[in-house]
Design a protein around this ligand. Sequence first.
Ligand code: NAP
Ligand code: ZN
Ligand code: ZN
Length: 350
Amino acid sequence: MYTTHGYAAKDADSPLAPFDIQRRDLRDNDVQIEVLFCGVCHSDLHQARNEWRNTTYPVVPGHEIVGRVTQVGPAVTRYQSGDLVGVGCLVDSCRTCASCAEGLEQYCENGFVGTYNGVDRVSGETTYGGYSTSVVVDEAFVLSVPANLDPAGAAPLLCAGVTTYSPLRQWGAGPGKKVGIVGLGGLGHMGVKLARAMGAHVVLFTTSPSKIEDAKRLGAHEVVISKDPAQMQAHVNSFDFILNTVAAQHDLNPFIELLKRDATMTLVGAPEHDHPSPQVFNLIFKRRRLAGSLIGGIQETQEMLNFCSEHGITSDIEVIPMQSINQAYDRMLKSDVKYRFVIDLNSLRQ
Ligand code: NAP
Ligand code: ZN
Ligand code: ZN
């Protein structure tokens, strides 16, 4: 065991505060990673505050990790010291069920192991995430970060990137398709960039008029203020796909009405309280679909990183020291993030 410095929430109501973590000694397939940067996902806030009602305390959030390999276990073949690597939301799964066999570890039928607030399959201990200076992860769940990507800007790809990439691929975003992205936060801004790079016609829905220009700069062809019924009306029955990233409970009906016949709106936002059930007739009459999607598997995460490398895509970030995490959470709750906070873990090494 060795000690690493981190930040943890000790209960749902306290701010995050310094916390020393005991990391395990390397198992045969483990990679030890010096964390350089860690993105701040809204899921970190949901879990730090027990909004999903399943948090084990203390919790050390962080699942958008980019770092350098510092040591490898004797059986590791894919990585060596000095490699630039990433870790996303998953650090293990059963590896034998039908979903794992298909490379869909996020849907592991025996339960995946989360990077934090998970239960290690060997020791039974709670996992601690990337708000820390060092992590130890099985090589099968470590990603290779392409050299042409800025390490800080690449960190949010590990969750926000793959969580939007996966459904955009699954529902066929591409040339000739009109794709809506709802919410311009961490996930939403990646959704805009990725859908644009895939060749779709991209429409961004926002509640924040101040984000219109940014949305266009990020790649949206059109921007709609979702609170303005006239603007929404202009897009009725026209979308092939809508990806909804909103982190709060809201009325889904105005978006469902924008779908063509047989088109789908997929929810990735995971708010504390469920959305009210949408009107059934709005679905029935056009055979519209409402779906959900969870992050992405390891293979798909690597595919997304390679896609971002080819297209020169990283996240638009605001780098913060670890000590500013509580202010960052407050700003995230006000939708005041442009467009992802990323923690520089050097702030914990001084
Ligand atoms: P974020 O950066 O806080 O962005 C959320 C955006 O939602 C805001 O920027 C805002 O965009 C919009 N929004 C917030 N409150 C709203 C409200 N009351 N009504 C309408 N729009 C509102 O959060 P994030 O990190 O992108 O995460 C988004 C959600 O996805 C979170 O719930 C997170 O837990 C979840 N998530 C799910 C997965 C998955 O696998 N399914 C993975 C990662 C995260 P505008 O200002 O443009 O309106
Ligand atoms: Zn996340
Ligand atoms: Zn499995």
